[in-house]
Design a protein around this ligand. Structure first.
Ligand code: ADP
Ligand code: MG
Length: 701
């Protein structure tokens, strides 16, 4: 269709006019004909099916019932009155309810006359009731021709109040389709369309707005979702390819002595298949000229550290330095201590740099780093400070990615003429579908397998009323020599209240677990960081039995002897946070436990979260459920992504379509990277149109 026509300002549509045009612009962001064409219905009313009263369900769908009114009465309520009609068919009884307009209804409704009523029902005192139903006398309804599936367009209160009803929208869109003469440009390559049996663009556009029947609607939705996701993926993959051609990294062709020696003689355990696969992926990246930009995701305890170490060995084998950056001092120290043992086996020079590294130590460290004598540097944000100058940094690894912003990451690069390869490690599993769409421009490696012999963490849900039993259990575990975490929520807005809960909780625990038999630590965000570290140290060393804490312990601390995690007010935590907290235990050889404490009153969402935690320890499964419960908008990182502005696809539901779209987008760009083949001219054209301006859809047509 001609771009000219599509770019016509909305007010020029017959029947629209400047006032309505203005409202549509303001309320729905619809500026042009094209925008209006891509305002897709968010629901359809199915007026082909009639329900019997005994088939009604308490769902959110609109239903249509044939029956008659046998009685009409006014019922007084707190404020005002409501009018209630008893409505029956041959299977049962329901009620129709009005809260206003009583007079008109009383005068016009006929008792014992067959009607069709249409609307949502809810269960109220054991009876279904339909508030403010759409009603039509059956005799008239029967003889009317109507569209079987009526589209409902997105709207706002302002629009409805200004008379821009759904009916008007439908007629405006019908007008637009008529004016357009239905000339739609096909945006997908013919071969692809044939292979996947996708509906043509024109037919899809017509069917989405004026569906003749359910199966045409389903095909149209599939085609348009596919198209939308296909173009998102094309853009992301192109960006990735561009990055690779623009940013050259240091190619590491050698896999040499360090890597091989470690692999052949010092490997402390057999690598899991997932670890082997991921190391191979990283090796491939490092061997090519393009700069690596890879996300390594793997659940807590899946063994990311050794993957990081072996990747660093490849840098060293090629005469380059490597660094590992952690979000907290405690984690940096733990990493340093672990890696140091392995380095000692192979005479590798390694050092630790954090905020508390003494000035006297720093001096030597900096000069060794600059001369290249120091091969591996582990640390915190301190690595980003100005005096830190590498001789030749070839690989930077960032642990627990969400604590570092993109800006900080690029700070690490600026120190070098050629950017180092970057590996970002995260223990927050991202559902595959989300990862594909959010990080389509990052490469992703996934460790989806835990080392063998791990015992599953036993997870239970207990009510506050059962606290004494829980305490008894904790005492038994402590008697066996184990340590316990007790975590309280600390959430920004109600921090004062939460803080009080924490302190009250701490006091009651100290009372229940008295000195000298028990040692209880406490750590929270309001403490000075030296005090925090001191208490953390005591717990790490096994000097205290119980660690009462807020979520500050969420990130990466490793205390293998801690085998019980008690989470207070667990209903207030999100799923991914619960999963992260649980990951603090189950690190040793002992059976570990996670106890989710809650009050008696729980929302449906909270119940689902708790059930999910009790049923599974699989981080990816948990992440999928989290995505479904919260929607993509609330998950980490999605705010910046285009995924929120999708017009028709929904990544929480359309993962399977996304996967196919991604793989076809990859194939297309592999076969024809510049989209120069004649058969792909429409793709090239569409991508250019998308690139010119605002959102993705605005220019697909
Ligand atoms: P995370 O992915 O959470 O960073 P770590 O790298 O800290 O996990 O590994 C967790 C624990 O599992 C460590 O004690 C590590 O030595 C051990 N581990 C890692 N890989 C394996 C393996 N393939 N077999 C046995 N133990 C392993
Ligand atoms: Mg780790």
């Amino acid at each position: 269709m001609s771009q000219r026509f599509l770019q016509t300002p909305i007010e020029y549509l017959k029947g629209m006019g400047p006032q309505r045009g203005d409202l549509l612009r303001k309320e729905l962001g619809i500026h042009t004909f094209q925008d209006l064409m891509h305002l897709f219905p968010n629901r359809y009313l199915d007026r082909t099916t009639y329900h019997k009263i005994n088939q009604l369900r308490n769902s959110n769908a609109d239903v249509q019932v044939i029956g008659k009114i046998i009685n009409l009465k006014t019922v007084a309520q707190k404020r005002g009155k409501r009018l209630v009609a008893t409505f029956v068919d041959d299977t049962g009884t329901m009620e129709l309810v009005w809260f206003r307009g009583h007079k008109w209804i009383r005068e016009h409704l006929k008792i014992n006359e067959p009607y069709v009523v249409f609307g949502k029902v809810n269960l109220f005192n054991g009876l279904f009731s339909m508030p403010h139903p759409d009603m039509e006398v059956w005799k008239e309804h029967k003889n009317k021709r109507r569209a079987a599936l009526q589209p409902l367009y997105p709207s706002t209160e302002k629009l409805t109040n200004s008379g821009i009803t759904n009916k008007l929208m439908r007629s405006l869109i019908a007008q637009l389709f008529q004016d357009s003469q239905l000339q739609f440009r096909e945006t997908l390559p013919e071969a692809l369309r044939a292979e996947l049996r996708l509906m043509g663009k024109k037919e899809a556009m017509i069917s989405i707005h004026f569906p003749p029947h359910n199966s045409a609607l389903a095909k149209a939705q599939y085609r348009l979702k596919f198209e939308e996701l296909f173009y998102v993926q094309l853009q992301l993959i192109q960006k990735n390819l561009l990055h690779k051609s623009k940013f050259k990294g240091h190619p590491f062709p050698e896999v040499g002595a360090y890597f091989n020696t470690f692999y052949e003689t010092h490997l402390p355990f057999e690598l899991t298949d997932a670890q082997k696969r991921v190391i191979k992926e990283i090796r491939n990246d490092l061997g090519s000229v393009a700069q690596m930009n890879r996300l390594l995701q793997g659940d807590v305890g899946s063994g990311k550290t050794i993957v990081a170490f072996m990747s660093m060995l490849i840098a060293l084998d090629n005469g380059f330095q490597a660094c590992l950056m952690a979000p907290t001092e405690i984690l940096a120290v733990q990493h340093y201590q672990g890696l140091q043992e392995w380095c000692a086996l192979m005479d590798i020079e390694i050092a630790l740099l954090t905020g508390t590294t003494k000035a006297s130590e720093r001096k030597g460290l900096f000069s060794d780093l600059e001369s290249g004598q120091l091969q591996l540097l582990v640390g915190t944000h301190a690595l980003l400070e100005d005096p830190v100058v590498f001789h030749n940094l070839g690989l930077a690894i960032i642990d627990e990615q969400h604590r570092f912003g993109v800006a900080q990451r690029s700070k690490l690069w600026k120190k070098n003429v050629r950017p180092p390869h970057i590996l970002v490690m995260t223990a927050t599993p991202i559902p595959r579908t989300l990862a594909m769409s959010l990080y389509g421009d990052l490469d992703i490696s996934t460790i989806d397998e835990l080392p063998p012999g791990r015992k599953d963490i036993k997870t239970v849900h207990r009510y506050d009323a059962n606290r004494l039993n829980v305490f008894r259990f904790l005492k038994e575990e402590i008697a066996k020599g184990r340590q316990v975490y007790i975590v309280y929520p600390l959430i920004q807005e109600s921090a004062t209240m939460d803080y009080k809960d924490l302190m009250d909780g701490y006091e009651s625990i100290v009372r229940e677990f008295p000195l000298p038999q028990y040692q209880v630590s406490i750590v929270h965000g309001k403490m000075k960081s030296t005090d925090k570290d001191y208490e953390m140290e005591r717990f790490v060393k096994g000097e205290t039995n119980i660690m009462v804490a807020t979520t500050v312990i969420e990130v990466g601390v490793n205390v293998p002897n801690a085998s019980v995690m008690v989470i207070e007010s667990a209903e207030r935590f999100g799923l991914s946070q619960l999963h992260q907290l649980r990951g603090r235990v189950g690190r040793g050889a002992e059976q570990s436990y996670c106890i989710l404490m809650t009050g008696a009153k729980l929302s449906e969402d909270a119940k689902t979260r708790l059930q999910t935690m009790v049923q599974t320890t699989d981080g990816f499964e948990i992440a999928e459920t989290d995505l479904k419960l919260r929607g993509p908008g609330n998950l980490m990182g999605t705010q910046q992504s285009g995924m929120l502005t999708l017009q028709i696809a929904d990544i929480t539901k359309d993962g399977p379509i996304l996967k196919i779209a991604r793989s076809y987008a990859q194939q297309l760009l592999q076969k024809d990277p510049n989209l120069s083949e004649a058969a792909h001219q429409n793709v090239l054209f569409t991508l250019r149109e998308i690139g010119k301006d605002r959102g993705l859809w605005k220019y697909i047509s």
